[in-house]
Design a protein. Structure first.
Length: 618
């Protein structure tokens, strides 16, 4: 068992993020701390002065985990990423997608702009961030625009007679629209601004300090104060945020951690350029196996089962068979996968951050592995007992994990009906085995018929030898009650299969109340309130399959709605429709865009822009 008091003594006096977990190992709260040692201990002191919400949370904490960072700012950004990933029940969760600001350099334009944005798109621009200090971002954008006299307006074409804006008249712009600056000279200025944003700040800071000194000597103290503020903003922004990789999307980072009893592999995830979490894998290895051998074996076994592979995998040392592994992974991924052992730069900084965190993990890693094993065994016993009651198991529990498949149907009044299948191996969701089905044979709102089609297609493919469906479950869970189970059993038996099927019945508050199943023609029920571990597990499974089904259904519905609206405009085909959606992000933004903004999209001519505006506004 995880000894909370013993592990509190091992907490480091350093900044980081902590994750509180419940009996099932689910994250119920994510927080950040300047000192993990001081902050986490506060939760386990006297509860007399705690508010009810905190007291309720603490009563459910069975263990905690932490990730160390290099600064409070890094902790803040990692906390944001982990909250979005885990959606913990005791965190305040924002339902809109507002996030930290970025600085965008519109490199695809002849005369690029430096602007603040919260929306990152694949549009050829360079993005820097995210940054936690929005005020500093505003100041630095102003700073770069002022120092380099960059263009602020969104206009791209300047016909003869184009009238300059106010910025030109107050010397805040060199007058690009008047033809006073060549694209080459202007681009050189933008490159200097990009250098600054990439962290090469010395040149800019030296320049600002010189300007501040000159203003002070000239007794222009207002101007000197302005430069002082810009220097402070520049320093605030240039503080190294190692949890972010610029110009990088998805990267995995792999390290070996040596515990007292065994070695483990720790896999860190960088998604959309941001460190977003980690997973620990227990290994069966020999003492003489080197870290490079372990990493090579892990790469081959782990990624051979993965549905998607990152473009880069960061390692501490390059394995001997690097080229062979690279060829193997690239073949699996369908794109080039690079194995990197960076010696310097921001990728090395992220590697060092991960190594520091692994040093802290080693203090408790064996204990955590034991806790995970105990929890998995306890759940296995519970499922074994269920299968005995259903007549599908005999003898003694052998300690193995059980494969559970859960199914749900989603539609809107019978339209865009879809089915979802999620898979759990023991405690863990096996996401590579998830499957989605677009229901074809059923019209209208018919959950029973839709469920039968989904099960028929899933198990028919298994019987035909499809490797993607070859593994049969120990237990099938249906999101529903007696009627859903009956419909599922009809199809399973029709395929001449003998598989355990149970329904996850909900209470009046839409929580999983019980499992229902048929035995010898009679419906039986297992109430979950007396089985707290099973109750949490079944609730997790039901929420996951419901989420997966809803996401798929919503995606199909939105795609159909978007397609039907934009495709009605003469001259807008799939390519231009997708270009518009990629550029603006939604139909509402296309609707409110000006003619000039519409023409910024590749392929949208003046004539098409006018047609789009006429469609939405006439």
């Amino acid at each position: 068992m995880f000894d909370i008091q013993e592990n509190l003594k091992k907490l480091p006096d350093s900044p980081g993020v902590y994750l509180h977990k419940d009996k099932l190992g689910q994250v119920i709260y994510v927080g950040k701390a300047i000192s993990l040692k001081n902050r986490v201990r506060q939760y386990f002191q006297s509860s007399r002065h705690m508010d009810p919400k905190v007291r309720a949370m603490v009563s459910q904490i069975e263990e905690f985990e932490y990730i160390t960072t290099g600064s409070e700012m890094e902790a803040l950004i990692l906390e944001c990423n982990l909250i979005k990933k885990h959606m913990p029940k005791y965190n305040v969760l924002l339902r809109d997608d507002k996030t930290y600001p970025y600085i965008k350099v519109t490199m695809e334009e002849d005369y690029p702009r430096v602007i603040k944005t919260r929306l990152v798109k694949k549009d050829g621009s360079k993005y820097f961030g995210p940054y936690s200090d929005a005020g500093a971002v505003n100041q630095i954008v102003d700073l770069l625009n002022q120092v380099y006299s960059l263009k602020k307006c969104s206009a791209r074409v300047f016909p003869k007679g184009f009238r300059p804006c106010l910025n030109y008249h107050i010397d805040q712009c060199d007058g690009i629209c008047q033809g006073t600056v060549s694209p080459e000279i202007y681009r050189e200025k933008v490159n200097h601004a990009v250098d600054f944003l990439r962290g090469r700040t010395k040149g800019m800071l030296t320049y600002l300090e010189e300007q501040m000194a000159e203003a002070s000597q000239a007794l222009d103290f207002e101007r000197a104060a302005e430069y002082r503020d810009y220097i402070m903003a520049a320093k605030a922004l240039s503080e190294k945020q190692r949890v972010v990789l610029q110009d990088t999307k998805d990267v995995d980072l792999i390290l070996v951690a040596r515990g007292a009893k065994q070695r483990h592999v720790v896999l860190f995830f960088v998604r959309d350029g941001k460190l977003s979490g980690r997973e620990t894998y227990d290994l069966q290895s020999m003492e003489e196996d080197s870290s490079e051998d372990i990493i090579s074996a892990f790469i081959k076994q782990h990624y051979s089962q993965s549905l998607s592979l990152p473009k880069e995998i960061i390692l501490e040392k390059e394995p001997e068979e690097k080229e062979l592994l690279k060829e193997y992974l690239s073949g699996l991924a369908g794109h080039q996968v690079h194995l990197l052992a960076p010696k310097k730069g921001e990728k090395r900084a992220v590697l060092e951050l991960a190594k520091k965190d692994v040093v802290e993990m080693v203090k408790t890693i064996d204990q955590r592995a034991e806790v995970r094993k105990e929890r998995a065994v306890s759940l296995g016993k519970e499922i074994f007992d269920i299968l005995i009651q259903m007549g599908y198991e005999e003898g003694q529990y052998n300690g193995r994990d059980y494969r559970v498949e859960a199914y749900d149907i989603s539609n809107t009044n019978g339209v865009d009906t879809v089915g979802a299948m999620v898979v759990f191996e023991g405690l863990k969701a096996d996401k590579k085995s998830y499957r989605r089905f677009k229901v074809r044979s059923i019209e209208g709102p018919n959950d029973y018929g839709s469920m039968q089609e989904v099960l028929f297609r899933r198990f028919r493919r298994a019987l035909e030898g499809d490797e993607g469906f070859s593994v049969f479950p120990d237990l099938i869970l249906i999101d529903g009650g007696k009627g859903h189970v009956n419909a599922a059993l009809e199809m399973i038996r029709g395929l001449e299969l003998d598989l355990a099927v149970a329904g996850m019945a909900k209470d009046d508050h839409h929580r999983t109340r019980s499992l229902v199943f048929f035995k010898e023609g009679r419906m039986e029920e297992i109430l979950l309130k007396d089985h707290p571990l099973l109750y949490k597990y079944m609730g997790t499974v039901q929420e996951e399959v419901h989420r997966f089904a809803i996401e798929y259904h919503r995606g199909l519905r939105n795609k159909r709605m978007l397609t039907s609206v934009l495709d009605e405009i003469e001259g807008i085909g799939p390519a231009k429709r997708n270009a518009l959606l990629d550029h603006f992000g939604s139909v509402d933004r296309i609707k409110s865009a000006t003619q000039e903004q519409l023409q910024e999209v590749k392929g949208i001519t003046e004539k098409l822009a006018i047609k789009i505006q006429e469609y939405f506004h006439c």
